[in-house]
Write a protein that binds this ligand. Structure first.
Ligand SMILES: [Zn+2]
Ligand SMILES: [Zn+2]
Length: 105
């Protein structure tokens, strides 16, 4: 019986530490409820971070389904996302939302 309870609490620990790791990148959002983190939105990325031009690397997400691009003028879908902003962005030779998204217009 006590073994069962132990495994329950360690599961909670894993969930909690996963959340705090992703929050480290977005220090402005430390107090936001985790529910908001699950839904990506362009406005959730602080401008200071989004336009700092440092450490924004494209990351290929090997998911089953591609995800809606978060660039404002784009409704395309992509498997690429920014490792720092944690938002999905197109990365094609003819449509480079990744670069556009990080330029302060
Ligand atoms: Zn970025
Ligand atoms: Zn796009």
């Amino acid at each position: 019986m006590s073994k069962l309870m132990e495994s329950d609490s360690s599961d909670d620990d894993i969930l909690y530490s996963t959340n705090s790791i992703s929050n480290d990148n977005l220090s402005d959002e430390e107090n936001e409820p985790p529910r908001k983190m699950a839904r990506e939105s362009a406005s959730s990325v602080p401008k200071l971070l989004k336009y700092d031009g440092f450490d924004h690397w494209p990351m290929f997400v090997s998911a089953v389904n591609n995800t809606r691009c978060k660039n404002e003028q784009c409704s395309g879908k992509t498997y690429w996302k920014c490792s720092k902003c944690n938002v999905h962005l197109c990365l094609h030779s003819n449509r480079n939302c990744f670069t556009q998204y990080h330029i302060n217009k």
